[in-house]
Design a protein around this ligand. Structure first.
Ligand code: PEP
Length: 257
């Protein structure tokens, strides 16, 4: 079974209740594009309001804490976001790894907590421009991913349902620079091999690997035609229904692979 393309909007620290109309428009459009699975990760404050109204899209969070609860001022647990209506959580985004000093080990403990709370996870990985220029991007990403994902022994049997990978070269996020299709193909093939090594042929082959980094309606079709690209994690272009659904539409078009 090949899973539907997965298009996930990461609203980052954008959005007050005034953005609910945009989420509504995305939800309505998603009902007309059932070939694609559409999801939004708004700020924590909008998870419940969007979840309450959404009929088609799923809603997720952009982070969670690794503990179930306790004296962690300002943090929020996986169980809390699930209670607010989140079905998934983005983990290991480079803006958290870099801006909040999140290590692979910390990301892994968050992943364990999220899976235990019944959430799906979108595990991000990606190299800096310097690592790419040094020719070590593939080795770096494989090591980062292996150290950030929970041990296969701690992973639910339905891996492909619960885990999605997002390859996001850091130098492509929010910059307008997109990786070449050859570089995307090379990285996604390496990630696929790692997933099969970790989870076995059947589950490892089904896990969706998203590309992220300046995806827009104008470049989406070319990116989705790359083998092993199972969708996109979209930042800036997910803030309006027009541009976000332009990307979702491109994912629903038949491609050659
Ligand atoms: C992101 O933040 O995950 C992202 C890919 O951002 P953008 O689409 O704006 O590059």
């Amino acid at each position: 079974m090949t899973r539907r393309p997965y298009i996930v909007g990461n609203w980052k620290m954008h959005g007050t209740r005034a953005m609910l109309s945009e989420a509504r428009a995305i939800d309505r459009a998603a009902q007309r594009h059932m070939k694609v699975e559409v999801a939004l990760a708004p700020p924590f404050t909008l998870i419940h309001p969007i979840h309450r109204e959404a009929e088609q899209i799923s809603v997720g969070a952009q982070d969670c804490h690794q503990a179930d609860g306790g004296a962690y001022t300002g943090d929020i647990s996986a169980a809390m976001i699930a209670d607010a209506g989140a079905k998934f959580v983005i983990l290991g985004h480079s803006e958290r790894r870099q801006g909040h000093g999140e290590s692979d080990a910390l990301v892994r403990s968050k992943a364990r907590a999220a899976l235990a709370a019944g959430l799906r996870i979108i595990m991000c990985c990606g190299e800096t421009a310097q690592t790419r220029e040094s020719g070590k991007a593939v080795a770096f990403v494989k090591k980062q991913l292996k150290a950030s994902l929970p041990d296969p022994a701690d992973t639910p049997a339905d891996v492909a349902e619960r885990i999605t990978i997002a390859y996001e070269p850091i130098w492509a996020i929010g910059t307008g620079n997109v990786a070449t299709t050859a570089d995307i193909a090379e990285m996604h093939a390496a990630i696929r091999k790692l997933l099969i090594d970790l989870y076995g042929e059947e589950q490892g082959r089904e896990v969706r690997i998203l590309y992220g980094g300046s995806v827009k309606p104008e470049n989406a079709a070319e990116i989705f035609a790359v083998p092993e690209v199972g969708g996109a994690l979209v930042g800036g272009a997910s803030l309006t229904a027009d541009s976000f659904m332009g990307i979702a539409l491109a994912a629903g078009e038949p491609s050659d692979h």
